[in-house]
Design a protein around this ligand. Structure first.
Ligand SMILES: Cc1ncc(COP(=O)(O)O)c(C=O)c1O
Length: 482
């Protein structure tokens, strides 16, 4: 039997090669010329509509023509989150090996749902999950997990599991606790799961942005007196705003005493376990019942790969397993994990491959070095800021996140003026397309936030950005004629 090259949606071998080589060249050039590229797009909806809106094409176009259209009109209008001067949100430094691994996973269209469709894909997910379980000191034999699209899905999967295991079918009186610095994906997950607002307790944080233990304990005690059933605490290991780690050991003690599920959202900070400093910050992370980590953040993977780890893999199958008749022939035996039974998705892409290939290629030590580098770089930036009369540190370098604001001491500006000044600086930096540096709110102040997990970011990059910020501040203040 031969392949039908006249079948619809088919290219000749030569066309496929030419097309693929052009894309590889494009990617190589992207990775090697990152610093010189404009990393931010300012296009608005009107411009994008004008450039890209079109009726559905019924007829074919030459492959090269469509590819060129994408290169010329799509790629220049996306932000480059891999760029060394992309300092905002959580950047995604990525790596070329994983990009190629994703191409293999898509190219072979590997189904990573059930064992029998792709035993090696399931096995590599088990292998890489075991690596992660080991990193976080979770039990390898009993423990388990799965890769998800990202941290949001991992948190949703964790909370569905926590509820199933702790509450069974009746959760009308169940209460869940998280801090005012917890990531919004947790609140979304709680809402998706159908909890009412009255079942959620947002615990205030202290001056270090950590969940207040005293307020948490008071809240639990009050809820119990009122006849509610506390069932889960979500602690954060590396908050998005400040990189802060909640007091994990103390929260674990409370969970043990009160028989609560401890979920740790380590989507941002979890990877720091690989560095000496991060390891100290994350003490107690091994005490969680479930833990979200997010390889498409500080494990340098391209989107989309998040991960949920649990202490007992049976919790996942107890929560998600369904036995439809059309899957009865591929159930396999107990040792052969069907990851569709461990989470929400049935059809799943082969996410483990990129994690596996990049760690095998570069070695875990390269990841350790990159993470330690970022933590130190952020601490060095803090030193520079503290020595300057123009800058004020609002939250110190913590797990490669720092918040600061321009506050020139000779001006003595009131709070409102400082907010406006820092908002202006951020806006100008973005308009310049030189760096992405957005604001957040801390202690009711508008502050500039940097998340420096890209190992390609240098201290010179940071100095250049600070100088640019200072120029914008000087212009702004001189226009105000203060
Ligand atoms: C602490 C934390 N949790 C969860 C998430 C959500 O992860 P994702 O965007 O991969 O869904 C983020 C994203 O920044 C995060 O910082």
């Amino acid at each position: 039997m031969t392949d039908n090259l006249n079948a619809p949606l088919t290219l000749s071998k030569e066309e496929m090669r030419q097309y693929g080589y052009k894309i590889v060249d494009l990617l190589v050039s992207h990775f090697h010329n990152l610093s010189s590229q404009k990393l931010v797009s300012l296009a608005d909806r009107k411009q994008m509509d004008a450039l890209l809106q079109e009726a559905i094409p019924n007829e074919a176009s030459p492959p090269e023509k469509v590819l060129n259209h994408v290169i010329q009109n799509v790629l220049p209008h996306v932000d480059l989150l891999t760029h060394p001067k992309f300092y905002s949100f959580v950047p995604s430094p990525s790596n070329y090996i994983s990009v190629m691994a994703d191409t293999i996973a898509s190219g072979f269209n590997i189904f990573s749902g059930g064992w029998s469709a792709s035993p090696a894909a399931a096995e590599l997910e088990i292998v890489t999950l075991n690596w992660l379980l080991e990193m976080f000191n979770f039990p390898i034999t009993e423990g388990g997990g799965l890769f998800t699209s990202g941290g949001s899905m991992a948190n949703l999967t964790a909370l569905a599991t926590a509820r199933r295991i702790k509450c069974g079918g009746d959760y009308s009186k169940a209460i869940i606790y998280l801090s005012d610095q917890a990531h919004s994906s947790n609140i979304k997950a709680i809402r998706v799961l159908g909890f009412k607002k009255r079942q959620v307790r947002v615990i205030p944080t202290d001056m270090e942005f950590k969940m207040s233990l005293n307020k948490l304990k008071n809240c639990i005690a009050k809820d119990k007196l009122e006849g509610y059933t506390p069932f889960c605490i979500i602690a954060t290991a590396g908050t998005t705003n400040t990189g802060t780690v909640d007091p994990l050991e103390e929260i674990a003690t409370i969970c043990k005493k009160e028989n609560l599920w401890m979920h740790i959202d380590g989507a941002y900070g979890g990877a720091a376990i690989l560095s000496e400093k991060g390891n100290q910050y994350l003490k107690g992370i091994e005490m969680a019942d479930s833990l979200t980590v997010d390889p498409h953040k500080w494990f340098f993977q391209p989107y989309e790969i998040g991960c949920l780890l649990v202490k007992d893999h049976k919790w996942l199958s107890k929560t998600f397993s369904e036995k439809p008749v059309y899957l009865r022939d591929i159930e396999g035996n107990e040792s052969e994990i069907n990851f569709y039974d461990h989470g929400i998705q049935l059809t799943r892409r082969f996410r483990a491959l990129k994690f596996y290939m990049s760690i095998k290629t570069f070695g875990l030590n390269a990841f350790r070095k990159a993470i330690q580098y970022s933590i130190t770089l952020t601490e060095n930036l803090e030193d520079i800021l503290r020595k300057s009369p123009k800058w004020e540190v609002i939250s110190p370098a913590t797990l490669a996140v720092i918040n600061f604001r321009c506050n020139p001491i000779n001006y003595n500006l009131p709070e409102l003026a400082l907010d406006k000044l820092n908002q202006h600086i951020s806006k100008q930096i973005i308009v310049s397309r030189n760096a992405v540096l957005v604001t957040t709110i801390l202690l009711d102040q508008v502050v500039l936030r940097m998340c420096l997990i890209n190992p390609r970011t240098t201290i010179d990059d940071l100095q250049e950005t600070l100088s640019l910020c200072e120029n914008y501040a000087d212009e702004y203040l001189s226009d105000l004629k203060l």
